[in-house]
Every structure is written in structure tokens, then in C-alpha cells.
Write a protein that binds this ligand. Structure first.
Ligand SMILES: [Zn+2]
Ligand SMILES: [Zn+2]
Ligand SMILES: [Zn+2]
Length: 371
């Protein structure tokens, strides 16, 4: 049981370690920060160079290689720089970006070696011929060896090819140049000497870009971890599916609530408008019941049949009564029953003391009397 538990615990630890791209990015950042502040320090250069190998093929890795190459130059280890430069060019090809290759090209940091004058070699006098350039065979004359031979009783000069120089007459060791070349020991065969001031200037040149890449790398690492945990990005933040669902639900509720409120507001507005319209109608009834009794009657019967306010009901009854009396009076008038009409108008006037009615009664009376 204990073993199983231990196994389980270690499995969890491994899978979490696997997940933490963020942690790795942070580790890389700290080695970068250390190195950036002390590029001349061998330990920081070494640690930084080592940390690069954990990076995945990407622009940050290319940039880091370039900076590692500068570090090699600071350490006078041009050959390390050359090895790393090879890695950088392979990587550049892989990711299709050679921006950082030019950044650290060694030629730009060199001053010509004053000893070999840039040829990267030194000449020494040939040890075989001591610089004479000629064949070391003492009997060799321009590649020929002359001997005297007795032919037909006479001595004659006979020349044969020198086997040492193969008849060239030159020193075989130096090919007749009289010198041999060795790599320059001052520049170690590079032909130039690194100027660390130039390296330092270059180091400063790319810092902003490199820092941005490091910061981005951390963000990316964090995102990768979140994705691996099955989280989802919303805006700048990461959420679990559960949280997303919860947020969606609550925002849906919120939307529904605000829709309801909007509807209520619209409803209230409509109700308010209707009420204002009704009030206007109600107020005009006072006049309408006298001037347009038919219309007033219709409005009271149709539009105010549901009126609940007792004060208003009372007034509506008065208006209705008045309108009815005036309608009847008008009918009497038309039939020539002026007295009947006057009576009805007076009754209507009694309900509500109205100047319009009084003047109508007066008019009817005068006409009736023929005045
Ligand atoms: Zn040299
Ligand atoms: Zn020689
Ligand atoms: Zn010879």
C-alpha cells in the first residue's frame, strides 16, 4: 500500500514537472538575467549556454545562441563561438529565420592581426633547405646530376635526373618557396584579434529584443501549461471549463435580467403615455360634453368604462348627464320645441354652471320671442 502510494505521488510529481513550461521559462530567464549582467563571467556564460539546450527550436533559441557566441568571444574562446555558430545556422535554417546569424558573425568584432597581417599564417625558413629553395642533394644541379663516363676511350659528361627532386631542382619540403607556413600563434590562425569593446557594443544592441523574447517565452510557457490543464483563455485570463460555464450562465442571467428590465421600462413608458393621453381626454370632456356632446358620450362609454377613481366616476356621470340633456335639447330645438329645449339646457346648466350654456339659453329665448 505504501509503495503504491509512493508510486502515485511520484507519478503526479512527474506529470506536473512535465507540464511546467512556465517553470522552465522562469529558470531560463534567471540564467539569462545573471548572464546579461555579467557577460564576462565564465560561470554565468557557461550556465547560460547550458540552459539554451532546454529551449525548443524557436526564435528565442536562435537569439540565445547568438548571445552565447558573444559570450565565447568575451572568454576569448573563438573556437567555442564557431561551434555554436554552426548550431545557430542549423537552427536558423530549421526555423526559417537568419536574423541572429549576422548579429554574432565573428568578422565584425575583429581587428586585423598585426603579426600575420590577416593571413592567419606565419612563415618560417624551410628547415630542409635553410631557405635556399634548392634540392638538398649536394650533387644536384638544377635537377640534373652530372657524371663523367668513359665512352669509346673518351671521358664524356653524362647527365641523369635527380631522383630526390624529381629533376625539378627545388627543395621538395618547401616546394621551392624556401619557407614553410605555420598558423599564427598570436591570432591562433584566425587572422584577426577580437576587439572586446566591439563585442560589448553588440551585446548592448540586441538587449531589448532579447528581453522581449524572454518575457514572451514566459507568457507562452504559462499558456502551454494552462492549455495542458484543459483551461480556456478569455481575454487575458485562463479559466477552467467549469468556470467558463459558470461565467456564461451568470452573464446569460444578467442579459436576461437586463432584457426584462428594458421591457419593463418600455412597458412603463407606454403606460405613462397612455395615461397622459387618457388624462388629456378626460380634461377635454368638460368642454366636449357641452360643445360636442355626441363625441363626449362616446368617449365616456368606450374609453372610461373601466374607470376606478370615484372622483373621476362622479365627474364622468355629470358630463354624461349634461351631454344627454344637451343632445335632447338640440333635438327639441330642431323640432321647434324651444321651450322644451330651454328647459333641458337650464337643467344641464344647473349640473355645472357654464357660460356657454347660459348664452345658448339666452339666444334660444330671444329667438323664441322674435327679438
Ligand atoms: Zn595572426
Ligand atoms: Zn626547402
Ligand atoms: Zn635534386
Amino acid at each position: 500500500m505504501r509503495v503504491l502510494l509512493l508510486l502515485l505521488v511520484s507519478l503526479t510529481v512527474i506529470s506536473q514537472e512535465d507540464l511546467s513550461h512556465y517553470k522552465k521559462a522562469m529558470t531560463f530567464k534567471s540564467s539569462w538575467t545573471l548572464y546579461k549582467n555579467a557577460p564576462d563571467n565564465y560561470a554565468s556564460y557557461k550556465a547560460f549556454s547550458k540552459s539554451i539546450e532546454d529551449l525548443e527550436a524557436s526564435e528565442i533559441k536562435a537569439a540565445a545562441y547568438a548571445y552565447s557566441i558573444l559570450g565565447a568571444y568575451f572568454q576569448n574562446k573563438v573556437e567555442y563561438g564557431a561551434i555554436t555558430h554552426q548550431k545557430l545556422s542549423d537552427l536558423s535554417q530549421e526555423i526559417g529565420d537568419d536574423k541572429w546569424q549576422g548579429f554574432c558573425r565573428v568578422e565584425q568584432f575583429g581587428d586585423e592581426c598585426s603579426v600575420c597581417e590577416g593571413s592567419s599564417e606565419k612563415k618560417r625558413a624551410c628547415k630542409k633547405c635553410n631557405g635556399t629553395k634548392t634540392c638538398r642533394n649536394g650533387e644536384c644541379r638544377k635537377g640534373q646530376i652530372i657524371s663523367l663516363e668513359k665512352i669509346d676511350g673518351k671521358f664524356e659528361e653524362v647527365s641523369t635526373d635527380c631522383s630526390i627532386c624529381e629533376a625539378s631542382g627545388f627543395c621538395q619540403a618547401c616546394g621551392g618557396s624556401g619557407v614553410y607556413k605555420i598558423p599564427c600563434n598570436i591570432c591562433r590562425g584566425f587572422g584577426y584579434l577580437l576587439n572586446k569593446m566591439k563585442v560589448r557594443e553588440k551585446f548592448k544592441d540586441g538587449l531589448v529584443d532579447m528581453d522581449a523574447l524572454v518575457a514572451n517565452h514566459i507568457l507562452e510557457g504559462f499558456s502551454q501549461d494552462q492549455l495542458a490543464k484543459g483551461k480556456i483563455k478569455r481575454g487575458d485570463r485562463w479559466y477552467t471549463l467549469e468556470e467558463i460555464n459558470k461565467m456564461d450562465k451568470s452573464s446569460q442571467l444578467k442579459a436576461e435580467r437586463s432584457m426584462l428590465e428594458q421591457r419593463k421600462r418600455e412597458q412603463n413608458q407606454r403606460t405613462g403615455e397612455l395615461r397622459a393621453k387618457r388624462d388629456k381626454k378626460f380634461n377635454s370632456l368638460e368642454n366636449d360634453s357641452i360643445l360636442e356632446p355626441e363625441k363626449a358620450k362616446k368617449i365616456i362609454e368606450n374609453d372610461f368604462s373601466d374607470e376606478a377613481d370615484p372622483v373621476k366616476i362622479n365627474l364622468l356621470n355629470i358630463y354624461l348627464k349634461q351631454a344627454n340633456l344637451i343632445i335632447k335639447a338640440t333635438e327639441s330645438e330642431n323640432k321647434g320645441l324651444e321651450l322644451e329645449a330651454i328647459k333641458l339646457l337650464k337643467e344641464a346648466q344647473k349640473i355645472r354652471d357654464h357660460e356657454v350654456l347660459r348664452s345658448r339659453i339666452r339666444k334660444l329665448k330671444l329667438e323664441n320671442l322674435g327679438l
